[in-house]
Design a protein around this ligand. Structure first.
Ligand code: PRP
Ligand code: URA
Length: 225
């Protein structure tokens, strides 16, 4: 059994990095379909985002390092395996990122949390930063950036630029929906940052909205429209 564990870890380490990982688990796809429906009310939308975040988090943390730890079960001593190294930092791009953050924190309750406040200028689609606070030792932590929508990727690229500026090196990006344009932009700007998404949609419309999409994620999460 130990050998099996070891070889699985080794396989994870030697796997080439994929720039885009679509988490197409049936549970994720089912919940995503409910989320997209225009009649889904705010409370259910919020619950579904949290649940999908848990499932994305499961996939995104697949290669976290483990270390052997001696423990005692009620029957005997054994060497179990537990997470090793510095605790993760989850960085939420405000405000819609907070929906995913909640679910990720259920899975990783000890994670540290950073926030980057960004809003898109509706005309230029450029990100406008209004807040930035991340742990001082972010350079030593694996980082998961969460934002439900990767549209033009202007927000994601800006957030990753800022995090790298603060010293972060090991960064992953998690979203619900990605547009091909945003994936291409992220890959060009930050080829070392893999994108995890529940779906890759058709593309962007003239307002920079993902189609078919789910609408405005922040407004649907917080009931502001
Ligand atoms: C949305 C979304 C992303 C961004 C994606 O935020 O949550 O942050 O747009 O678009 P992009 O890939 O083209 O940059 P928005 O600016 O609407 O702010 P909000 O979260 O406060 O609603
Ligand atoms: N932001 C959203 O909330 N939705 C989109 O489709 C694109 C950006």
């Amino acid at each position: 059994m130990r050998l099996l564990y070891r070889s699985r870890d080794a396989r994870n380490r030697s796997r080439p990095m994929r720039h885009l990982v679509i988490v197409d688990h049936p549970l994720v796809q089912h919940k995503l379909a409910l989320l997209r429906m225009k009649q889904t009310p705010t409370a259910e939308f919020r619950r579904l985002v949290r649940e999908i975040a848990l499932l994305l988090g499961y996939e995104i943390t697949r290669d976290l390092p483990l270390a052997p730890v001696p423990i005692e079960t009620p029957l005997e001593a054994m060497e179990a395996r537990m997470l090793a190294g510095k605790k993760l930092c989850i960085v939420s791009i405000l405000r819609a990122g907070n929906g995913l953050l909640e679910g990720m924190l259920e899975l990783l309750p000890s994670a540290r949390v950073g926030h980057i406040g960004l809003r898109r200028d509706p005309t230029t689609l450029a990100p406008i930063e209004y807040y930035f606070k991340v742990p001082a030792d972010i350079a030593e932590r694996p980082v998961i950036v969460v934002d439900p929508m990767l549209a033009t990727a202007n927000s994601a690229v800006h957030a990753v630029d800022r995090l790298k500026g603060a010293g972060a090196r090991d960064i992953k990006f998690a979203c619900l929906l990605a547009a091909p344009e945003g994936v291409a932009r992220m890959r060009e700007a930050h080829p070392d940052v893999p994108v995890y998404a529940a779906a890759l949609d058709r593309g962007l419309d003239e307002h920079g909205y993902i189609r078919p999409g789910l609408g405005d994620a922040g407004d649907r999460l917080f009931g502001t429209r």
